[in-house]
Design a protein around this ligand. Sequence first.
Ligand code: GDP
Ligand code: IMO
Ligand code: MG
Length: 449
Amino acid sequence: MPGTCVIGLQWGDEAKGKLVDILTEKHDVVVRYQGGANAGHTVVSDGETWKLSLIPSGILRDNVTCVVTGGVVLDPASAIREIDMLESRGIKVADKLRLSDRAHVVFPWHVVEDGILNGSLSGGESIGTTGRGIGPCYRDKVGRSLAIRLGDLYRRDFRSTFDHIVKVKRRFLEASRPAGGDAIELDGDTIFNQYQEYAERLRDYVGETTNYLLDSVESGKPVLFEGAQGALLDIDHGTFPFVTSSNSSGVGVSSGSGVPGRWISRTIGVLKAYSTRVGGGPLPTEQDNNIGKHLQERGNEFGTVTQRPRRCGWFDAVATRYSARLSGADEFAVMLLDVLSELDELRICTGYRINGNVVNQFPSQIDDLKAAEPVYETLPGWNDDLTTVRNEADLPKNAIQYIDRIGELLGRPVTIVSVGPDRSQTIFRSGMTQPAQCPPNTQQERATV
Ligand code: GDP
Ligand code: IMO
Ligand code: MG
């Protein structure tokens, strides 16, 4: 069975990019199937750092095809910038990249709309989006009448469609202009010409991708699906309204790529060894204190896309058990374990106290999550620097106890441990590679939270 998925199980930035890059060595095709340039995936190899937003993190390896499917919202300027960056640094992109003609295109008005609407939740709260026009572009996709797909840019009648949409967008932007705010101009000719240029630049990469992927899996090619964001930011199953606008949990793989679940045999849930969140919304285990500072500084927790500081807190087993089940995780990769060194004690959240009751089920209502007070268990920490460790046998006993406790609470084994950003700083745990150690029907009983 050829499909492997890498899914972030928290609020994004779990180091999916690093893992995808490593796993690409054994895959022929790597696929981005949701999200867009809101993602920032980092790969570090031989002292060089690569930051990718739209192009799959597999692009750094030879002999791999990287596919961006119709489930992605594609900002052509971002895609071109990334292609240029890669080519200028010696990575060959031509012949390796395929962009779906079904992908919806992000236009400047989406970015403007994102800016206007971002702060307008009732009560004045902000989702704190990345400002990349993601939500407005997905909204136009679902609404259909104002949507433009990548393939449309090459149609002969595109100009008339474009002019119609610009006219409607002008009215919309005028109506949503904040009181006293400047008029928002949309220069149709300039935008049209710019997007014609983008279309020419991207022409060789654009085509059909659904059949390509189906042919790949049906012929037994190993395909790797690279999730963006994290399961708790999923539009349907995450911490709504503080979410992104796509299905960023494991349930989004098939809808975004067109590859049905029958072809997916392995789902790796990616977990940071603690919790982070960037943007708005509750983070129940947040540590607004020295612990939070330790995690932020040691983990260099600043957003890859927006450079915003990420909020940090203890590992949350209530939230991640939910997202692991939702995503069908067979096994876990625990990343950034090195960041926890030099803390006397470590805490794991095993329950939420909500309105006086302790619950272990992740709440569906945001008010309950906001009210949740974490119930913790405490484990001993370690002082050793983990960044030079390459074998499980060299990990401190307390570090092994910590990752095994995560596996136990979540009902699946931790098979991969990361102790630094570089490819080489990765431990594959021997004897832990068989997800069948925890058969699906025992997940509920095994989880003790
Ligand atoms: P992604 O969006 O899930 O791909 O994650 P990001 O790239 O946004 O954020 C993860 C950050 O952690 C990046 O700066 C990585 O280089 C870094 N990183 C990855 N693995 C490790 C690790 O094991 N230890 C440390 N200290 N940093 C890591
Ligand atoms: P990667 O793939 C972390 C967050 C934003 C905001 C919310 C909605 O690097 O893990 P959006 O711009 O998508 O409408 O913003 O989602 N967000 C991310 N947080 N990592 C990401 O991607 C994110 N992509 C979006 O901060 O709270
Ligand atoms: Mg990121």
